[in-house]
Design a binder for this molecule. Sequence first.
Ligand code: SAH
Length: 226
Amino acid sequence: MNAPRPGRNVVGIGMTSQRTRARMVERLREQGITDVRVLEAMAGVPRHLFVEEALASRAYEDTALPIGFAQTISQPYVVARMIEILIQKKEPGKVLEVGTGCGYQAAVLASIATEVYSIERIRELLERARTNLRELRLKNLRLMYGDGAAGLEKAAPFDSIIVAAAAPELPQALLQQLAPGGRMILPLRDGAAQAQRLILVERSARGYTETALDPVRFVPLRVGKA
Ligand code: SAH
């Protein structure tokens, strides 16, 4: 067993304990999340390791929190909901996440899928994610620095693609890098000013189908590296 980093008690007491996380998972169940793969993964990943220490006591509240660089760690319900839809009635297969941020959702994905690539355009944030993830030793997770709107050609095609930032329209590169039989879930801007909606894209041998789901609120997907 590794020694925890100073001030970051992995075993945890109080607000960062296993029991607090179990309560978060119980809330997710009450909110309608049913996939045991998702619930177990979220019970296993210590979310408090991914937020700044000053906010660690709030890590298991169902809310987005700041992670620096004007970005946020996604709300637990939204993480659970998006992954549940992504892997509904199928294996996740090879997964691409666009927008690593602090690395939390990447850790949840890597607890479920055999192979996960996560790409982030802010280098410092990617380094922070690397540090946050180190002690979890997820050997099936690869973090990449780059513009995720262009996907990750060298590892394509992907069975599952999940985007953690809102685009104005479906990124063409991601559609192309989705394998037949694959699924992509992403927030898209929905006409009016701030409105966004989760969109599920399914690719079959014949083409793509799009389904509009819940209204959401994400940071914008930016073009190019920072
Ligand atoms: N997945 C994170 C949420 C991160 S917030 C979690 O677990 O909570 C969204 C992230 O998307 C931000 O870090 C932002 O920098 C990143 N992002 C925005 N546009 C991007 C792009 N084109 N390529 C890669 N990352 C991008």
